[in-house]
Design a protein. Structure first.
Length: 321
């Protein structure tokens, strides 16, 4: 009888021991499982294939977790991350166009960021500078700025509150920038575009010291095709120093102002359709101006003096004030 009691006692101790060991094993396993699902790695990817990076890891982390002065702290459970809230917080950064945050099966936090695409650089009348994108968002200039863009001076418009005519000016700024960026010749040739108080544009080129007036036009392909033809003439005739102003504001005319002289007006639709522009009497038969030139880039023309009356090219003397 005593022997049986001892056996039961030993069995009881063994059972309690096994139970305790099981509980300890479960706790250890739970801790290991908990540790295995903690976020221990973050991967940041700029998903646009741009030649510049205006965002870095530190700026992205500080935008997401501004309260973490020492940077992002790893070792948090993914369930504690409000990913949608973090995306909205990140997209408050002016250089962030969109973002996507998610965890993969390895509990790695992925932060995919698309940067905004600046199209132009603006300088305000008081000297402040910024970038502007297609949606008219103002992007701050950074010390690591290496972006080559069209430059607009006297940028007096506040895109955030632009209405009416100013909205039209912004639209023309964006379209002109897109045109210049798409053409390597004009990207190299255009130095600055000044925005006048009435919303008209005045271009300064790398070659020559002429002011090139674009007015309120927005048919850039037509405007710059005519300007390129004129450039070919000036280059051929060594005429860069002869003119102080080139006026392209008028749809069917190119106006050149000689230094200390009067205006020269040329019928630009005629220039585009005749390989060599000669002075012809306006009563004579004219070429078909609706027929496009075979190769506009190879066209040239001559300015023949003295300019006489009733000719397609004529002199206009400005009225004295």
């Amino acid at each position: 009888m005593i022997a049986k009691k001892k056996i039961y006692h030993v069995l009881g101790l063994v059972c309690w021991g096994l139970l305790l060991a099981g509980v300890v094993t479960l706790l250890v396993s739970a801790v290991k499982t908990e540790n295995s699902i903690l976020c221990k790695q973050v991967e940041i990817e700029l998903i646009d294939n741009k030649s510049y990076e205006m965002l870095d890891e530190g700026e992205i982390f500080s935008s997401l977790w501004p309260e973490e002065k020492d940077g992002f702290k790893y070792g948090k459970n993914p369930s504690l991350f409000d990913l949608r809230k973090l995306e909205k917080r990140l997209e408050k950064n002016p250089w962030v166009f969109s973002s996507d945050l998610y965890f993969d099966q390895h509990r790695t936090l992925h932060i995919d960021v698309q940067q905004r695409t600046p199209l132009a650089r603006g300088f305000t009348p008081d000297g402040n500078s910024f970038f502007i994108d297609k949606s008219y968002s103002i992007l701050p200039v950074k010390s690591n700025d290496v972006i080559s863009l069209p430059v607009f001076t006297n940028f007096y418009i506040n895109p955030a509150s632009a209405t009416g005519k100013d909205s039209g000016v912004l639209k023309r700024i964006v379209s002109l920038s897109e045109f210049i960026l798409a053409d390597s010749f004009w990207m190299a040739q255009v130095e600055t575009i000044n925005i006048s108080s009435d919303g008209t544009f005045e271009l300064t080129a790398q070659v020559g010291d002429q002011n090139i007036l674009l007015g309120e036009r927005d048919d850039w392909r037509n405007v710059f095709t005519k300007l390129k033809i004129l450039y070919q003439h000036l280059n051929k005739e060594n005429g860069w120093s002869k003119y102080e102003k080139i006026d392209l504001q008028f749809k069917d005319q190119v106006v050149c102002v000689r230094k200390n002289s009067s205006y020269k007006v040329m019928d630009s639709t005629f220039i585009e359709t005749v390989p060599s522009l000669e002075i012809q009497d306006s009563t004579q038969s004219q070429p078909d101006v609706n027929k496009p030139a075979d190769n506009v880039s190879q066209l040239n023309y001559k300015i023949i003096a003295p300019i006489q009356k009733n000719k397609l090219i004529k002199t206009i003397t400005p009225k004295k004030k």
